[in-house]
Write a protein that binds this ligand. Sequence first.
Ligand code: AHR
Length: 307
Amino acid sequence: GNDEQEGFNLRDVPSGPIVLGFSQVGSESGWREANTASIKKAAERNRITLKFDNADGDQKKQIAAIQSYIAAKVNVIAFSPVVETGWDAVLRQARDAGIPVVLTDRLIETADESLYVSSIGAEFASEGNLAALYLENDYEDTSGHINVVELLGTRGSSPTKLRTEGFRETAARHGKLRVMDSETGNWTVAGGEAAMKKLLRRVKKIDAVFAQNDDMGLGAVKALQAAGKKPGTDVRIVTVDATRAGLTALAAGKLNYVVECSPEIGEQLMAVVVDLFFGGQVQKRVESQKAVFDSDSAADALPDRTY
Ligand code: AHR
C-alpha cells in the first residue's frame, strides 16, 4: 500500500557503502555456484559491501545467518530460502529492526507478504509448463501414452513444488504424458543418479524423464548408461537450468530439451538494493530471463555460456 511505498522513500540513506547480508542455500548444483558468483560479482561492481553466508541446505543455518545480519545492523538482507515455510518469525525480527528483506531466486509461503520488499527470480511453474510442452511435442509422431518419471529437487522448496505443478498441469491438458512415479534427487548429480536407479527398478517402461535441474538430469544419464540404455534416444530427458554442463550434454544428444533458469540475477538484486535507498521504484516482483534449448541452439549458445 501507500504506507509501504512511503516507507521505502523515507529509509535512511547509509553514510558509507550499502551493507548487504546475503544467505545462500548452499552449493548443491552448478546453477547455485553460478548464482553465488553472480551475486558476489554484482556486489563488487556496484560497490556494495557484501556479507555472504552459505547455509549448506540447512534452514536453521539460514535463520542464524539472518539473525547475525540483524545483529550486525546491515542495511538490507537478501536470501534464497532453502524451503518455503517457517520464515515469519525471523522476518518479523528484521522488520522490527527496520531492515528490508529481498527474496532472491526462491519464494516463501507466508500470510504476510509485507515481510519482504521484493522478490527476484524465475517463474518456476512456467518452467514446468515448458518442460512438458516441449517433451510432448517431441512425441508428435508417436501414438499412445508416454511414460514419464520425475526427478524432484529438495522437498519443500519452491522450485520443486512449482515445477512439479507446472509440468503436471500441462501434461494433463492432452493426457499424452503420464507421470508414472517420482523420486527426489536433492538437486545433485549423485542424488539424480541414485533416484534414477530406484525409478528404473520400480517403473517397468520409462519413455522419458523430467529432471527438475541439469545436475539431476546428468545423474540420470549416468544411471541409464549403467543400465545399458541410451539417454536422449531410448529414454528422452528434459531438464531445467541450462548450465554449461547441461547444454554440453544437450548438444551431444544425451538430453533432449533444457529449459533455462538464469542464475545470473546478481545485477537485478543490486539494482533493487540501490533503489531501496536512493529513491528508485522498487518492484515487488522482478523476473529473470528464460529460454528453451534444443540440441542445435545449445551448441550455438555454448561458446558464450559463462556458467
Ligand atoms: O532455485 C533454483 C534451483 O536451485 C535450480 O534450478 C537448481 O539447480 C538449484 O539448486
